[in-house]
Design a protein around this ligand. Structure first.
Ligand code: ADP
Ligand code: MG
Length: 370
């Protein structure tokens, strides 16, 4: 049952990074208060939370404290221990539910569940010993990923052929998944939001990755409307399967006009950050409204956009590149992280325009080719 949660109720957020912060900003605008748990006292949410609990996500006592103080709970990342979350919360206190989260925590179970819904994936197998890995019938090249706890390409190994198997430095009994590499034409994501009275989707996002990390996103994606519709249909199917409330993001590969499901995230997604500036309601507005029991927010996209991630190593020349753009419908978002480590997501830029031409022209300083 989805309850209506009205301001100034306290909404609890597990994780105080950039996703938590952007959810929090949307909640604060609407008059809610926020309670946040994060082990880092300098995390992006620390300075804006009404209640800040500085503790590890696996600290059951601290999670219980968060749950006691919050009307409902949400999370900014998938690796919250579901059993602990279940233990510290009432069932109507987590509108996103537990099941969608549980499935997302294991890449093998996730792909299998989605395949069983009739959605196409690349060929994949699970393995937990080298003997099993050697016996797999997959066409090379393949990618090996840890089943749990991977993000931004971490815990992944690309293998061109079987002779590279012995170069692997895997540790057992960790569990892995091996997948065929999809020589995709493009990568896309669908961001959909489950409400108590239906599902709303944004137009599809087109994503470019660099070293396994999202580099930039173009919205809407430059793919056929037929493919857009198919991707959106699959997203709705996944949301309905879990009776899921809130934002769910789904990543697909597109190859020869076919879609291959890659993974989903039961939360707002990096590819949707541009919606803060490009749409009348952002993915964060959608997420927080849905979990607070609002009726569907229908989305209107106001501009074509490009969202570019700023990583730790980009921080030095970001201001220089951004100069001159700040007056041209371009928005700089910095998350307020204190140390600019390599590959750490520090902020993003959203470039708006009336068409792709205009957006690409403004993005020239980032060396992005059409
Ligand atoms: P995560 O985002 O959790 O780190 P992903 O599975 O999304 O893990 O992998 C990150 C990126 O690596 C993908 O967006 C894609 O660019 C590339 N990649 C992952 N799996 C495959 C695959 N089977 N075929 C081709 N590219 C892949
Ligand atoms: Mg991914």
């Amino acid at each position: 049952m989805i309850r209506s949660i009205l301001p100034p109720s306290i909404i609890g957020i597990i994780g105080g990074g950039q996703l938590g912060k952007m959810m929090a900003l949307s909640l604060i605008e609407k008059g809610y208060k926020i309670a946040v748990i994060d082990p880092d006292p300098n995390c992006p949410c620390a300075s804006i939370a009404n209640v800040f609990i500085c503790a590890s996500y696996s600290d059951e006592e601290a999670l219980k404290q968060l749950s006691n103080q919050s009307e409902i709970l949400t999370y900014e990342f998938e690796n919250v221990d579901v059993n602990t979350l279940q233990k510290v919360s009432h069932s109507d206190q987590v509108p996103q539910g537990y099941e969608c989260l549980r499935v997302s925590q294991d890449r093998y179970i996730e792909k299998k569940t989605i395949q069983d819904l009739g959605i196409q994936t690349v060929k994949f197998h699970a393995f937990s010993t080298l003997i099993e890995l050697n016996a797999l019938t997959l066409n090379y090249p393949i990618i090996i990923k840890t089943r749990r706890f991977g993000y931004d390409g971490k815990g992944q190994y690309f293998l061109n052929n079987t002779s590279e198997l012995n170069k692997l430095d895997l540790s057992f009994p960790l569990e892995y998944i091996a997948e065929e590499v999809c020589a995709f034409d493009t990568e896309i994501s669908v961001i959909a939001c489950g409400y108590k009275d239906g599902v709303v989707t944004f137009e599809v996002f087109e994503n470019k990755h660099k070293n396994g990390i999202l580099d930039y996103t173009i919205h809407p994606a430059r793919i056929s409307s037929d493919l857009q519709n198919k991707a959106i249909e699959s997203a709705i199917k996944i949301i309905k399967n879990f009776n899921y409330i809130g934002v769910l993001a789904i990543e697909f590969f597109v190859k020869d006009n076919e879609l291959y499901f890659n993974e989903y995230a039961p939360r707002p997604h990096n590819s949707g950050h541009g919606t803060i500036n490009s749409c009348d309601y952002s993915q964060f507005d959608s997420h927080v409204s849905a979990i607070c029991g609002s009726s569907m927010l229908k989305i209107q996209r106001l501009k074509t956009s490009m969202m570019i991630n700023i990583l730790g190593q980009d921080m030095d020349d970001t201001m220089e590149r951004f100069e001159g753009l700040s007056t041209q419908s371009c928005h700089l978002h910095l998350y307020g992280k204190t140390s600019a480590r390599k590959n750490r997501k520090m902020g993003h830029i959203t470039i708006l325009g009336d068409n792709y031409e205009e957006v690409f022209e403004k993005a020239e300083k980032w060396g992005i080719n059409r």
